[in-house]
Ligand binder design. Sequence first.
Ligand SMILES: Cc1ncc(COP(=O)(O)O)c(C=O)c1O
Length: 387
Amino acid sequence: MRPETIAIRTQTERTAEKEHSTPLFLTSSFVYDSAEDMAAAFADDSLDVNIYSRFSNPTVDEFIKKVCLLEGAEDGIATGTGMAAVFSTFMTFLSSGDHIVSASAVFGSTHTILTKYLNRWGIDYSYFDMNHPDSIEALIKPNTKMLYVETPSNPGLDIIDLDYVAAICKKHSILFVVDNCFATPAIQQPLKFGADLVVHSATKFIDGQGRVLGGVVVGNKDLIKQLYLFVRNTGPSMSPFNAWVLSKSLETLYVRMDKHAENALYIAKKLEGNPALENVKYPFLPSHPHYAIAQKQMKNGGGVLTFELKSGIEGGRKFLNSLTWLSMTNNLGDTRTIASHPASTTHSKLSEAERDAVGITPGLIRLSVGLEHPDDIVEEILQALAH
Ligand SMILES: Cc1ncc(COP(=O)(O)O)c(C=O)c1O
């Protein structure tokens, strides 16, 4: 079966009720037929038996199975949020005295974990610039255990050659972890390029309608077993309700991502060259600095584009205030188009130098392109730029 069909037809085994749509197992725990069965379930943590929904749940398992099939992974684990997926991955595979190499262009909370929390457990980090992947190898030390990237990155839309980074990681026996949140498996499957683990905030395009939070990590069985034990014991597990929403969302992932990307490319082309803008950045615009890499590893350019207002930070505020219906919110990956101005909002506490280091320029607007008619979106942006 092709992925579009797998995303729709992978489902928990039909119950005696003969339901058509997938059931929701909203239960905290599961029962046993005998004291012996219960004892066996607890004695061996590799037994494929449901015990308690912090450990496993059929609805959550359905969601994990789908993501594994779509990403081409052996196994996976779901978490309550994307950040729980990122943090659980760090905590499972990094120990005191270890070092992680990460792209500097990563989501704000990931940046906070790397720079403000990991050192509490004696874990050191080094950043590299996504525009200079040739600088990666010099940062690797004998205690480097993990290399972490987002591609495309949030919000700068930087792209890195997954083949190239995977080869460095193999050479130095380092775990290669990719946050694939912006692309989703419908556009890019990092494991096929040599990544060891793929992390998602399912809150974004996987949900696709801005309803629930979720995270997922997929990879080979051995790595996921270690993550499973961490999540099972420390508790950042996904709720069955959210898993049910997200599993239903995956049924439409492929049509949604194609349309998000079609709209985004259309809008990017309409905005490129606008006199109010310094530049427009979108992975599938030939002007993107990493266009060739995007063409090699992505099916399309995804649903997010950015543009830089010539009018800087004040212009960014003015642009947001001039929107009439387009949403002003910090989420992304919704059917509704969303504009955000990181410099005056999500990243306002950073100094200008810190913002520059992660690619957030004063007039940067991030547009998560929705599924509305693209001409309506273009008209709304043009009227806001005209203010
Ligand atoms: C690239 C990326 N990774 C991780 C996260 C964190 O996900 P969550 O908000 O589900 O915790 C986000 C959230 O915006 C993100 O954009």
